[in-house]
Design a binder for this molecule. Structure first.
Ligand code: IPM
Ligand code: MG
Length: 358
């Protein structure tokens, strides 16, 4: 297996280092892989409207799996406001990669972690019910729809983005979500805004139609506003959630925080083959970059998802996940989930502890 390692910037490199540590530990226990690191910023900026260098582009095309850290505004320019309207932003490389590689199904699992005690901001009885996967569509929606942009003279400009879904895009993500529901508790909740948006009315219709192929899966629908509320009121009613790119982005930050910290949340972005892109769902957090305080567990657990989905190695994935649980039950905590009685450790020490446990 060939892994492309893309640390990115901000806290990306320091959390990636911990995931690599864990993979190397597995390697000395017999796991076979080849890893190559590459940068996400380079000469293609001007020419092609992206920050992804040619070499990285070639590497991610041929790799079997991509491990990605984080990307955002440069960590050395925290005080400067990022130019949010620049035609090429650092995030373009990530969005380009997701779409170019056809990685349309983004899986964001969250589950109550008993070893973390009361880290969740939810009431304990509600937190304990948490066990769901957000299946976020990743190749369409308002993220990619045209027309887009800002036009007009200063003071009288118009900003436009387009929420757009084609039937086949809804069909394939619905199938991915139904298949996943079959491996779990056979409950799928589709989240949309069909009461206001035609795109979302089409979404609901297509998901319902696809559902006829899965009579053993219980399908329900919620509007996104009601879903945001219901997730807090009754998290236990959710098993698999399927939703569009934008709603999935928003709701998955919420569901991650319901575990106790966004730093704990891994993700897998999958297409038709075994190839995948694996990244924690948090951003580059430039404010805490380089301070050895970021939580590396979302990154490490993303590597576990890679072992499961791209390597097909359930054993190795399980070993990583168990090691994380053991380290947490031993009381080690990064600052984001620190509580009374815990032992505060930095990014590196947390990575060392997980590797040692393996
Ligand atoms: C995520 C992130 C990205 C997104 C950003 C970094 C472009 O928030 O993966 O959830 O919006 O998809
Ligand atoms: Mg997000």
């Amino acid at each position: 297996m060939k892994i492309a390692i893309l640390p990115g910037n901000g806290i990306g490199p320091e959390i990636m280092q911990q995931a690599v540590k864990v993979l190397n530990e597995l390697r000395s226990n017999g796991l076979r892989f080849e890893a190559q690191e590459a940068s996400l910023r380079g000469e293609r900026i001007e020419a092609l409207g992206t920050t992804m260098p040619f070499a990285t582009h070639a590497l991610v095309k041929e790799a079997d799996a991509i491990l990605f850290g984080a990307i955002g505004a440069s960590s050395t320019a925290v005080s400067e406001e990022p130019d949010l309207l620049a035609p090429v932003r650092p995030k373009s490389a990530l969005l380009e990669m997701r779409r170019d590689l056809g990685l349309y199904a983004n899986m964001r699992p969250v589950k109550y972690i008993p070893e973390l005690g009361n880290a969740s901001p939810l009431r304990a009885d509600l937190a304990a019910q948490l066990d769901l996967v957000v299946v976020r569509e990743l190749n369409a929606d308002i993220y990619f729809g045209e027309p887009r942009g800002v036009t007009g003279a200063p003071g009288a400009r118009t900003g436009i983005n387009t929420m757009r879904y084609e039937e086949h895009e809804i069909e394939r993500i619905a199938h991915a979500a139904f298949r996943l529901a079959r491996q779990r508790r056979r409950k799928l909740c589709s989240i949309d805004k069909a009461n206001v948006l035609e795109t979302m009315a089409l979404w609901r219709e297509v998901v319902t139609r696809v559902g006829r192929d899965y009579p053993d899966v219980e399908l329900s629908h919620l509007y996104v506003d009601a879903a945001a509320m219901m997730l807090l009121r009754d998290p236990g009613r959710f098993d698999v959630i399927v939703t569009g790119n934008l709603f999935g982005d928003i709701l998955s930050d919420q569901t991650a925080m319901m575990m106790g910290s966004i730093g704990l949340s891994p993700s897998a972005s999958l297409g038709e083959g075994g190839k995948g892109l694996y990244e924690p769902i948090h951003g580059s957090a430039p404010d805490i970059a380089g301070k050895d305080i970021a939580n590396p567990l979302g990154m490490i657990l993303s590597a576990a998802m890679m072992l499961r989905h791209s390597f097909g190695d359930e054993t190795a994935a399980g070993r990583v996940e168990n090691a994380v649980r053991k380290v947490l039950s031993g009381g080690l905590r990064t600052a984001d989930v620190m509580q009374e009685g815990g032992r505060l450790v930095g990014t590196q020490a947390m990575g060392d502890a997980v590797a040692a446990e393996i």
